[in-house]
Design a binder for this molecule. Structure first.
Ligand code: GCW
Length: 661
């Protein structure tokens, strides 16, 4: 399958000052023997300079040349320092990953046209783990994949080819240092990934990744001992089960010594787990952690655990509570090489959710934030939805777990509780489409996720600008237009889809397109609980009590409908249509206005985009235009379905007299 280079285009540059400055570039390498990562760093520089300037970079060992890669002592792991002195650029680091990240950062400077004169850039990644989670199945399909088939697996075989290398380069260029290659729902052939059948190929993949500073991880089937036919039980406290895992892991790590570890989804949505044996998540996670500990392995255990069969009509049960209720009591029981991976919100990657209350709820457990750049609920890469602004809001959220250093960012950076097994993971949005991400502009989410996990202090706008320049060059109109589109897109999507934090108004199972009553577990009634008077889920102390899971003052703010922020109001409260929001509008009028405004925003985006014809490569332009045309129509369908539904329910007309179908 043909593939493009996404943001690593390295296209020809033949004007501008920066070109002059580095015209005579040569490369020198100081420091210890070159490992694979350093070799790849040099290759990357050579590739880039050949592409951008049509010049060959000569590698020599004399220090007085123009670009110097320097391994030195005393810097933080993975950090780099780039500085210019008398026309010579030095990229210094204490480890080869620092050199690699420094090289990519230097190339970003050159490509975005930032001045090299007087350059003095010191960066160290904020989050220790910066991971992509692929939900790829071994038959080649991708769960919630919107960009074609898997490029890791086909027909139950592991693929290793040119695309693997380009993938690793793209991921490393934004600082990704861990990749889970298979779906967390581990079934069929994937259960066998930890056996002889696949380990040679896993090892090959792990080596390619390793050359780019990336550790390979796999998702694990908790019931592997029984499903592989080895034992009758997977009880985490049974001696034979524990020793089976120890033996298995010994073999796995012998064969793939640079393996990072495993990701596990247990006791959720039909996946097996320790509950079968009356054991806790801590029992299950710790058993595996012990088995991988001798090899420096890590167990990442997901907190996305809920019982989808529960009757929640009477407000006694609430899916939003279940992550917290399952894990809070276990805080402090997990071994050091276990990390709990927590989705950004308590439900499931809706366009708007409050921050998961486990952040701030746990103080003695390694924690990792999971976000989803695969746009399952945010337009499936047919709609444009740049998610970095959302992730930034999540990271900046104050949990009040302590007086300072209490934001989600500080927790998952390890600052709050002095941890180093922590970080951020994104459910990946890639597939084997030529452009990797289905929608060309969805690549900004992949790019942005990595950049954000490395440097959360960057603004969503800065990240977007970088991505635009790297991908499409320095044309002002292109930059302004695409920046406007990216920065308006999340807001627009939120406006024309489900209102005020309520969520779930999508078609069941495939989660695309409007369906107000579409929540798949609606056998107990609609999720949104709309009647002729109002809508929303009462999660206050009178309702499910979920609001009280937060630390003060968050709990009181969410618990009180007068204080609760508008954008989350219907997540936390059941509200009459006539209730006045902080904005001064009634709930029903907000629903109408937001839906009309959202469509207008899309229209404006598309109108501006059309003016880029001739400025973007034609093939890409047409590919994108097709998606934008669909988004335009589909946004109208959303608007009309939602507005009509609530008009019919409430009987209250639009005060601006617009036609509601
Ligand atoms: O968002 C939901 C998806 C499932 C997914 C699950 C999870 C991998 O609809 O497809 O399964 O979350 O995160 O485990």
């Amino acid at each position: 399958m043909e593939f493009e280079q996404a943001w690593l285009t390295y296209t020809k540059r033949d004007s501008g000052k920066e070109t002059e400055e580095i015209k005579y570039i040569r490369l020198s390498m100081q420091g210890k023997e070159q490992d694979k990562v350093i070799q790849n760093s040099i290759l990357e520089l050579q590739r880039a300079f050949a592409g951008m300037f049509g010049r060959e970079l000569i590698v020599c060992r004399k220090p007085e040349q123009s670009v110097c890669l320097m391994l030195t002592e005393g810097m933080q792991a993975e950090a780099y320092h780039i500085y210019e002195d008398k026309g010579e650029v030095t990229i210094a680091a204490s480890d080869s990953k620092g050199i690699l990240y420094g090289v990519f950062a230097f190339l970003r400077q050159v490509q975005t046209g930032s001045p090299l004169d007087g350059l003095d850039l010191r960066k160290a990644p904020k989050m220790p783990l910066r991971m992509l989670n692929h939900w790829d199945n071994m038959d080649g399909s991708i769960e919630r994949g919107y960009s074609g088939a898997s490029f890791f697996f086909r027909q139950n075989q592991i693929l290793v080819d040119e695309r693997t290398v380009t993938y690793a380069r793209l991921a490393a260029s934004v600082g990704i240092n861990g990749v889970v290659i298979n779906n967390v729902n581990v079934k069929d052939a994937a259960t066998w990934l930890i056996t002889e059948r696949y380990l040679d190929k896993v090892g090959e993949l792990a080596d390619i990744f390793g050359g780019y500073g990336i550790k390979l991880y796999m998702s694990l089937n908790y019931a592997a001992p029984t499903e592989l036919g080895a034992l009758d039980s997977a009880d985490p406290l049974a001696e034979e089960v524990r020793s089976w895992w120890k033996e298995q892991m010994k073999m796995v790590f012998e064969r793939v010594p640079n393996l990072g570890g495993f990701l596990i989804k247990a006791d959720s949505e039909g996946r097996p787990g320790p509950f079968t044996y009356g054991r806790t998540h801590a029992d299950g996670a710790n058993m595996l952690a012990e088995a991988v500990a001798p090899y420096g392995g890590i167990i990442i255990w997901r907190c996305f655990v809920y019982n989808c069969q529960q009757d929640w009509r009477d407000y006694k049960t609430d899916r939003a509570r279940s992550g917290y209720d399952n894990f809070k009591a276990l805080d402090g029981q997990f071994l050091d090489n276990v990390i709990l991976q927590i989705k950004n919100g308590p439900m499931d990657f809706q366009v708007r959710e409050p921050v998961h209350p486990l952040f701030g709820g746990m103080t003695q457990t390694n924690q990792m934030l999971e976000v989803q750049i695969a746009q399952e609920y945010t337009g499936q890469q047919r709609h444009l939805c740049y998610l970095i602004p959302m992730f930034q809001e999540v990271l900046k959220f104050r949990t009040y777990v302590q007086e300072e250093n209490d934001t989600v960012e500080e927790i998952v950076s390890g600052k709050t509780f002095g941890q180093c097994n922590c970080g951020m993971a994104a459910v990946a949005n890639t597939g084997d489409d030529a452009n990797w991400t289905g929608h060309d502009m969805a690549a900004a989410n992949w790019y942005g996720f990595g950049r954000l996990a490395f440097e959360p202090e960057l603004s969503a706008e800065e990240i977007a600008k970088e991505w635009i320049r790297l991908t499409y060059g320095a044309d002002k109109q292109v930059e302004e237009t695409l920046l406007f589109m990216l920065m308006s897109s999340w807001k627009a999507y939120e406006q024309y889809t489900s209102p005020l934090g309520i969520g779930w108004m999508v078609n069941p199972d495939y989660h695309y397109g409007p369906n107000v009553d579409g929540y798949e577990y609606s056998r107990w009634g609609t999720y949104h609980r709309a009647d002729h008077l109002g809508l929303g889920v009462d999660r206050s102390r009178q309702g499910t009590g979920y609001a009280l899971l937060y630390k003060e003052p968050n709990a009181s703010v969410y618990d009180d409908k007068r204080k609760c922020p508008d954008e989350l109001l219907l997540f936390f409260h059941h509200i009459p249509y006539t209730w006045k929001l902080k904005s001064g509008k009634t709930v029903i009028q907000h629903i109408y206005d937001a839906h009309f405004d959202g469509v207008d925003m899309v229209d404006e985006m598309v109108e501006r985009f059309r003016k880029l014809e001739g400025k973007l490569p034609q093939k890409q332009y047409l590919r994108m235009l097709e998606r934008f045309q669909h988004q335009k129509e589909h946004a109208r369908e959303w608007r009309d379905q939602i507005n009509t539904y609530f008009y019919r329910k409430s009987g209250i007309p639009d005060e601006r007299g617009r036609e509601i179908y």
